[in-house]
Design a protein around this ligand. Structure first.
Ligand SMILES: Nc1ncnc2c1ncn2[C@@H]1O[C@H](COP(=O)(O)OP(=O)(O)OP(=O)(O)O)[C@@H](O)[C@H]1O
Ligand SMILES: [Mg+2]
Length: 389
C-alpha cells in the first residue's frame, strides 16, 4: 500500500502523511482530559488531522464521532446531525428500567435512525429546549469518548444571520459548554474550523462559552515532513525527483502546507505522464499553471465570511499581491481611506486592525517586522494573476 495524490477532501488512512508531533501532542492533551480548539488557516489539514485522531482513538477503544457542520444551515439540521452521528458513534445510554418515560421514548425514536429519518417534534421553543436537556442526559459520560465538531464557526455564522440568530447561537454554545461541564465526564471534544471560534464568540460577547477549551495549533509541515511527503508521492507514481529538485520545489512554495505540495505534485504529473523528466523548468511551469487555474479559488470564495469586511479585505490583498516585499500598516490605512472623508479615520483604523488579525489567522498574510506580506508566494501570485493583472 502507498500514499496517493489527493487534492480536496480530507485525507485518511494510508494517504495521511506526517504530523507526528501534533498527533502526539493532541493525544497527550486528550488523554489528560482536555477538550481542544483547533482554529487554523484554510486547507492546512485540520479535518485530516481530526480524522487521524479518530482512527487512533477508535483503535484504543474510545467511542468516536465526527460531525461536519459545513453542510448545515439550520438549527433543526444541527440537531438532527448531532442525534444521528451520536447514534452512529454509539454514545447514547442504553434504555434502563429506572429511566424516565420521556427519555426512554426519545431513545426509542433515536433508535429509528437506522431505519429512516428521525421524527423530532420541535414545534415549540420549550419542546426544543426539553429535547436539548434530554439529549444531554442521554449521553454516556462514563466511557472514553472523542467528539469532533468540524466547521462549527461556519455554521454558527450562518445561524447568527437568521431571525433571532444571536439567541440561537448563544443557546447552542451554552449547550455544548454544559456537555463539557458534566461532572467526571470522559467525553473529550475537538472543535475545528478556519474561522476563529474565539474571534467569533468574543464579537458576540459569548467568549465565556469557549474559555474552557485548550488552544491547539497547526501550521505548515516541517521541512523534513514536507520533503518526505513529496518523496512518497513521487515514489507512488515512479516519478524521479532528486533532493535538489525537491528542495527547489519546497523553496518555491515557501509555505509548505500539505495542500500546496499535493497540488504542485498533481501538476508535475502532467509532465511525468507525457514521459518527460522533471526539471526546474517543469517545476516552474507547474507553478505557473497553479497560479492561473482554479486550485486556489477557495481562498477568494471564503472571504465572503468576512461579511462587511470582505471589500476592504479584498482591497488589502490586491494591494499586497502587487507588492511582493510587503506594505506598512500606514500605507494600508491610506489605501482603505482613499475616497473617504478624513473623519472616518478612527473607524477605518479600527477595522484595519481587526482585518489584519483575521487575515493573519486565516493564513493569507503575515507580519514581518512592521510590514505585512502574503504568507505564500503561490497565493500572492494567484491573487495578482486573478485580480490585478
Ligand atoms: N497529513 C496530510 N497528508 C497528506 N495530505 C494532506 C494532509 N493534510 C492535508 N492534506 C492535503 O490538504 C488537503 C486539505 O486537507 P483538509 O481538508 O484536512 O484541510 P482543512 O484544513 O480541513 O481544509 P478546510 O479549511 O478547507 O476545511 C487534502 O485534500 C490533502 O490534499
Ligand atoms: Mg476542513
Amino acid at each position: 500500500m502507498c500514499i496517493s495524490n489527493k487534492i480536496g477532501p480530507p485525507v485518511e488512512g494510508e494517504d495521511f502523511f506526517g504530523r507526528t508531533k501534533e498527533i502526539r501532542q493532541a493525544n497527550r492533551l486528550l488523554d489528560s482530559g482536555h477538550s481542544l480548539l483547533l482554529s487554523a488557516p484554510r486547507r492546512i489539514g485540520k479535518s485530516s488531522l481530526a480524522k487521524r485522531l479518530i482512527e487512533e482513538k477508535s483503535r484504543e477503544g474510545w467511542k468516536c464521532v465526527y460531525i461536519d457542520l459545513e453542510e448545515t444551515t439550520t438549527e433543526d439540521g444541527f440537531l438532527r446531525m448531532v442525534i444521528e452521528s451520536f447514534y452512529k458513534g454509539g454514545i447514547w445510554k442504553q434504555i434502563t428500567a429506572g429511566m424516565s418515560k420521556g427519555l426512554a421514548s426519545l431513545l426509542g425514536s433515536i433508535e429509528k435512525v437506522s431505519v429512516g429519518p428521525i421524527d423530532l417534534k420541535l414545534n415549540r421553543k420549550e419542546e426544543q429546549e426539553d429535547l436539548y436537556k434530554n439529549l444531554k442526559e442521554l449521553i454516556e459520560h462514563g466511557q472514553d469518548t472523542f467528539i469532533v465538531v468540524d466547521e462549527l464557526t461556519l455554521f454558527l455564522g450562518i445561524l447568527n444571520k437568521s431571525d433571532g440568530g444571536h439567541e440561537k447561537v448563544a443557546f447552542i454554545l451554552n449547550w455544548l459548554r454544559s456537555l463539557r461541564q458534566v461532572s467526571k465526564t470522559k467525553v473529550r471534544w475537538l472543535f475545528c474550523g478556519s474561522v476563529g471560534l474565539r474571534n467569533f464568540t468574543s464579537n458576540l460577547d459569548l467568549g465565556y462559552t469557549v474559555n474552557d477549551l485548550t488552544e491547539f495549533n497547526l501550521d505548515e509541515l516541517t521541512r523534513e515532513e514536507a520533503s518526505g511527503l513529496l518523496k512518497q508521492l513521487c515514489a507512488s507514481e515512479q516519478m524521479v525527483m532528486d533532493d535538489a529538485l525537491i528542495d527547489y520545489t519546497l523553496d518555491k512554495l515557501v509555505w509548505n502546507i500539505p495542500y500546496f505540495i499535493q497540488i504542485i505534485f498533481a501538476n508535475l504529473m502532467v509532465f511525468h505522464d507525457d514521459g518527460a523528466a522533471i526539471t526546474k523548468e517543469s517545476i516552474d511551469t507547474a507553478y505557473n499553471r497553479l497560479v492561473s487555474e482554479n486550485y486556489l479559488t477557495t481562498w477568494s470564495e471564503r472571504l465572503i465570511e468576512y461579511r462587511e469586511l470582505e471589500n476592504p479585505a479584498r482591497l488589502i490583498l490586491k494591494s499586497l499581491s502587487s507588492a511582493p516585499s510587503g506594505l506598512s500598516r500606514d500605507t494600508l490605512l491610506d489605501i482603505l481611506m482613499t475616497g473617504k472623508e478624513s473623519s472616518k479615520i478612527e473607524e477605518t483604523d479600527y477595522a484595519l486592525s481587526k482585518l489584519l488579525r483575521m487575515l493573519e489567522n486565516d493564513g493569507y498574510i503575515l507580519k514581518k517586522d512592521s510590514i505585512r506580506v502574503f504568507r505564500s508566494p503561490l497565493l500572492r501570485d494567484y491573487w495578482f494573476n486573478t485580480f490585478v493583472q
